[in-house]
Ligand binder design. Structure first.
Ligand code: 3MF
Ligand code: MG
Ligand code: MG
Length: 343
């Protein structure tokens, strides 16, 4: 197994350390500097929200939006970074406070449509076909405030409109069970795949799996990835880590659950993930305690762990694993894997 990964990351992963309970503790890093840092650390591609690409896109008409996206494309080319995907940010604007595609008011759902079309225009100009949908506020706290059945219908129809608006794009649904909502309408990979199959063109709807989001659903990220791979639907990943069922921690890959991280890398490598042009994406946050000068270590550490684990996958004794699968001595298999990881 010689697969080498190509990595991607988003500009939001180099950040000021502000959280729900406190203001920034580090200076904002200028966008151009972020691109340099990404390249230096070893990334080949960049993930973008629509407004990471064009910050004032709500105020832009189609022409100015396209001009600005074109400028960005030049900047990315110069920096040597490929745009992996564009994700409409459907959770910050006040018009998305009741969810976006599933908002109860028609004019709010219309805003979500408009915004999604802008994200598609940005993607067109950047030259990527991948649209990521993290359905952040499509869910509820008050169980009676929305019909879940109707909400699923709204989501299907909204995706259909995007697929219809542009025949080239692919939608990658990034499921998450909770936060900022209490109960998401699309909490797991299985839900996301089912939603994709219910659309007008299932061949253009897949998933992006974030390790922490699987863990928050009480599931194993490697199994989730394998499930999506079996459906040929794993088109993106957000490798990171998470300590139990708490807030979304976006910890560096492998920093909490090293064996689960090993198995994510193993599952990806065994399936040939990446050979179709897929990137191994990160979605990690730096601890608030990091100084300005040391605010990218979480990125470097995640790549370090992924590469070290890829070596461990390559040096795995396949005959030993097969023999234990054959004779059923899974205690011995367990010991072998742990010894291999420690060695
Ligand atoms: C939230 C996330 C998001 C998405 C991003 C792209 C800010 O838990 O994981 O990160 O990954 O919006 O879809
Ligand atoms: Mg996350
Ligand atoms: Mg993510």
């Amino acid at each position: 197994m010689t697969a080498t990964f190509r990595y991607s990351v988003g500009p939001w992963n180099i950040h000021t350390g502000a959280d729900t309970f406190g203001p920034p503790v580090r200076a904002e890093v200028p966008f151009a500097r972020k691109l340099e840092l990404m390249k230096e650390i070893g990334f080949d591609a960049i993930q973008l929200h629509d407004d990471d690409a064009v910050p004032d896109l709500n105020e832009c008409d189609s022409r100015s939006l396209r001009t600005k996206a074109k400028e960005l494309k030049r900047q990315l080319d110069d920096a040597g970074l490929v745009p992996e995907f564009v994700a409409p940010r459907l959770w910050e604007d006040a018009r998305t406070r009741d969810g976006a595609y599933t908002a109860n008011l028609k004019q709010l759902r219309d805003y979500a449509d408009e915004r999604s079309k802008k994200a598609i225009e940005v993607a067109n100009e950047l030259g990527t076909n991948n649209i990521v949908l993290w359905l952040a506020r499509e869910g509820n706290f008050v169980p009676e405030n929305k019909s879940t059945t109707r909400s699923l219908h709204y989501l299907t129809e909204a995706i259909n409109r995007m697929l219809e608006a542009d025949k080239q794009i692919r939608i990658m649904i990034e499921p998450k069970p909770n936060e900022p909502v209490d109960k998401s309408f699309v909490p797991t990979v299985g839900h996301a795949l089912a939603l994709g199959y219910a659309t007008a063109d299932p061949s253009r709807v897949g998933v992006l799996i974030e390790s922490a989001h699987s863990l928050l659903a009480g599931l194993d990220p490697a199994d989730d990835m394998a499930f999506a791979l079996a459906h040929r639907k794993l088109w993106g990943v957000h490798l990171n880590d998470q300590n139990g069922l708490k807030f979304d921690q976006d910890r560096p890959f492998g920093s909490v659950n090293l064996r689960q991280a090993f198995n994510q890398v193993r599952v990806l490598m065994e399936s040939g993930y990446g050979s179709g042009g897929e990137y191994v994406g990160l979605d990690v946050k730096a601890l608030r305690t990091q100084s300005d000068e040391k605010a990218c270590k979480h990125l470097a550490n995640s790549l370090f762990v992924a590469e070290r684990l890829a070596d461990k996958v390559r040096s795995l004794n396949a005959a030993e694993v097969a023999a234990r699968q054959e004779d059923g001595d899974y205690e011995e298999l367990d010991r072998y894997i742990i010894d291999h990881l420690l060695g």
